[in-house]
Design a protein around this ligand. Structure first.
Ligand code: TUI
Length: 307
């Protein structure tokens, strides 16, 4: 499947794995890249030396291109941004902010820079700053989210910029991919379906929550703090939303979520942890290999798009 995205990133299929904190380790990234998509190491809130080790590991496990996602609220963002230059990472995606201050150094190093945007304004700004493509991520996504849906955001971003657009949020099969292409996207990014893949290091409890999730099982916490996050509903979201509705302070709410994702991914505490997942979780019904996910998604999309 050839698009401007496969050319740009030197990959076989225009499928990115979302750069997810804790879950986007070298194991998952190498598996997605080996399958012909673009695996992405998720820096999340991790320190630069953790990211360096992940890059080292991924290079030992695949010769294919692998990207790194820089989560811009990371305290170590400056150091990680430098590391990406030093390691000559082929593709960098960013999330949860404006990567403007790093663009010049990354572009000079020959890195393909692909920021996640949640608005046409940021998409335009990123194109002007030299971005090679953008990922238009709808509010259906798991984790930190914007306001617009994928259905409304993707065509508006496609109209706003001339660089290629990758659609994210609510996509987990060939129907979603074909729909995104009809909106003008030239690639897709998927997260939730890869969390529940064979190669993902997420705890079995986490994967099982995704497999058992129904269509309406996600909740958005943190709307009042300005950091809205979508997760599967559990004891923690119930408590959080109760506190949030009662006007709890930012600090009190933060205390409840701090380390919540690590707790769910690594320790399998899916009742008190943050089980970040997108609204499409309800459609993910089995654990499959990354190869099967990438190949069936693309072949189904191709078939639909030919009709
Ligand atoms: O970044 C994500 N998803 C994430 S990051 C994350 S770690 C975290 N955990 C707890 C609280 C906060 C973060 C978990 N999931 N997706 C990419 C994304 N970026 N979604 C939305 C945006 C975004 C939103 C507004 C990007 C830029 C933006 O505006 C920036 C500006 O300054 O204009």
């Amino acid at each position: 499947m050839k698009t401007r995205i496969t050319e740009l990133c030197n990959i076989e299929y225009p499928v990115f794995q979302g750069g997810m904190a804790w879950v986007g380790t070298w194991e998952l990234a190498a598996a997605v890249s080996e399958a012909g998509g673009l695996g992405i190491i998720g820096s999340g809130g991790a320190p630069a030396d953790w990211v360096a080790e992940q890059i080292r590991q991924v290079k030992m496990h695949t010769d294919k291109p692998v990207g790194v996602n820089l989560m811009l609220m990371n305290e170590d963002a400056d150091a990680i941004a430098e590391l990406l230059v030093k390691e000559q990472v082929p593709v960098v995606t960013t999330g949860a902010g404006n990567p403007g201050k790093y663009m010049k150094a990354w572009k000079e190093a020959g890195i393909r820079v692909i920021p996640v945007v949640a608005s046409t304004a940021l998409a335009r700004m990123m194109e002007k700053a030299g971005a090679d493509a953008v990922i238009a991520e709808g509010t259906e996504s798991g984790g930190h989210i914007g306001e617009s849906t994928t259905m409304t955001l993707v065509p508006q971003v496609v109209d706003a910029v001339s660089i290629p657009v990758i659609a994210a949020g609510g996509i987990a099969d060939g129907r979603g991919m074909a729909a995104a292409f009809m909106l003008g996207a030239e690639g897709v990014q998927m997260g939730t379906v890869f969390v529940a893949s064979e190669e993902s290091i997420a705890s079995d409890a986490y994967k099982n929550r995704i497999l058992r999730a129904k269509d309406i099982d996600t909740k958005v916490t943190g709307r009042t703090t300005g950091h809205p996050v979508r997760t599967l509903r559990n004891q923690q979201t119930t408590e959080y939303l109760r506190l949030e509705a009662s006007g709890a302070s930012f600090e009190e709410l933060e205390r409840l979520t701090l380390g919540g994702l690590r707790k769910a991914v690594m320790e399998g505490d899916v009742d008190h942890g943050s089980v970040m997942a997108g609204q499409i979780a309800g459609m993910v019904k089995e654990v499959r290999s990354c190869k099967e996910i990438v190949e069936t998604t693309c072949s189904q999309a191709e078939q639909l798009l030919r009709r």
